[in-house]
Design a protein around this ligand. Sequence first.
Ligand code: ADP
Ligand code: MG
Length: 700
Amino acid sequence: MRVLKGLNALGYSGINDILDQGVRNVRQVGRVIAQKLNKLGINTIGDLVTYYPRDYEDRNLEKKVNELVDGDECSVVLTVMTDISFSRPRRNMKIYKATAGDGSGVVVLTWFNQDYVREQIQKEKSYVFYGKVKKRGFYIEMINPIYEDAASVRKKTTGIQPVYHLTEGLTQQYLRMIQRNALDMVVGKLTDILPDELKKKYALAEINYALENIHFPAGIKEKDEARKRLVFEELLILQLGLLHLKNSQRTVSGIEFNPDARISKFIESLPFKLTNAQIRVINEIHEDMTSKRQMNRLIQGDVGSGKTIVAVIAMLLAVFNGYQAVFMVPTEILAEQHFNGITPLVRDFGVKTSLLTGSVSKKKKEQIKEGIKNGEYDLIIGTHALLEEDVVFSKLGLVVTDEQHRFGVKQRAVLTTKSNPDILVMTATPIPRTLALILYGDLDISIIDELPPNRKPVKTYVVDESMRERINNFIRKQVNEGRQVYIICPLVEESDVVEAEAAMSLAEKLRENDLKGLTVGLIHGKMKWKEKEAVMRDFAKGLIQVLVSTTVVEVGVDVRNATVIVIENAERFGLAQLHQLRGRVGRGEHQSYCILFCQSRNEIALKRMEIMTKYTDGFKISEKDMELRGPGDIFGIRQHGLPEFRIANLYEDIEILKEAQKAADDIIKHQKLEGREDYKKLHGHLISLFRDKLNEVAFN
Ligand code: ADP
Ligand code: MG
């Protein structure tokens, strides 16, 4: 979805062709500067004026010396107490220093290679100095402060100055100057694409005002108004674009599957009754699949809500229609588990399944691929090995990807470009609606919001080291009753190797001491697939009583006899991930427990742990976590490939996002783009953006 990047350009090209002119047309931009600007992605005047500041210097902020704190950037009025001293420690380094004070304290002023200082700064005169403060004990220094006469009208040491990302050879001051020049060409001439109706309703500034004040704000309030307007516009356009995309996908033709009576037979053959939520979602899928258009649907359902069987039913419909269906999952363990679970369910219906993962031997792989190619296999389960280019399907009708957050959108695309099958994506990651609209804006969403009956909620406890002994006893007790236990090792960021080592030493410690006498198995990311598989199989068979694991078990694995999951350093995990982990237990008829070891006394950490004890609903949990920490950290959203924004920031701008989404929904619902005169400019802008982008947007 990175392509959406281009959407954020000010929506005025074509309306105001000044914006399309090259930057060389701006005063004081010559060939060399233009090249430097190009490096920053700035080619046109439009690019330049939408190159927004990354920060601001508030030179209106004035302090006394005794109020200065290390790191401050502010103005100070000082009287110079000494002559300027000069030293030259190296050939190309000249240092000028003076001491100055304001009665409350003394500051050392230091300039590097600024010869004119010697002429300009005079002893016993007063100046306003603006710059960054370095404070070590009682020693206070300002390096390269800018300054002006305290008695004259302030020009340099006043106002709020923009701070831009720079590139080599381009100074902050120079960029400010040419930005000023560019704005002088543009501000006052822009026609606003946002209609008054929206501006009024959402209290948005007018575009010329916004552009001026995002760069050179009169004050903080003005800057905030400008920013809100520009963020809103950016998010509105993104949202409208996604809705547009979704609508246009509705017309992409797909396979028109026929309803099949065997589906009801299959549902009757299941050992349980489907929940109402499952039935509703199956109906939604059925409607998509039997229609002429291509299905692009996301199923969100909490851990244990029974997504798998829903997928199986969808795949059966494809297979009964003479097509192949693919079930793609993120780990080999999971692929095998699904293969073993699904094969016996569908065998009696004449459906032939196969399993294709990376670790299948080369010879076997060839044979499986051959079978896929010649149509011998109907339902193919596998990992990303399925994405290898030489997997050729004889007649692919449906692609299901499970636990989507492990796959990139791109990977989803690879399979689909192989033909034009229907697409079903399943995720247990409880993404709040606001974000889902952006992350999965191109998909229709179905939600399984009901768990199968008779599930006992997992009892969750937050404990610290002082409880270690009691927890160990509890584990022994559960094992004595025939149950099994997961112990999840601390998350070691950025290193599989360190994580693996930590897991090994923990398993060792448990075997030797804490849980001596119990069979303790170990599974971690550095093990070969065959080894993992063997351990997992032993655990599933009950041969291993306690399984020490890194988060490789996070996703999907189903061992019903496991009733306890202990998570070490729980505070290091995202709550969504803890919720996933907790979902490994509570899958059978026994009461299950989740023990969170929390080593932190940090208030937010404790609050987050408390959320885990209070809520069992993944959506609720993620919502609460988002309130506490902002959306970013929670799902590793960056991996999802959110669009790059020019000004919006989803960590801070959730409220504006909600408003923009509301506005976009309303615009689409009432067909304002097509029908309303005052929305014409916005419409024109969207069309010009999407004309070229439509095809790329979906899967990049
Ligand atoms: P998830 O949504 O986490 O992938 P699964 O599909 O693995 O959940 O289902 C969890 C367990 O619940 C499985 O053992 C499955 O057989 C069982 N299950 C699914 N649907 C129902 C139902 N309607 N009633 C009872 N058990 C069900
Ligand atoms: Mg699952």
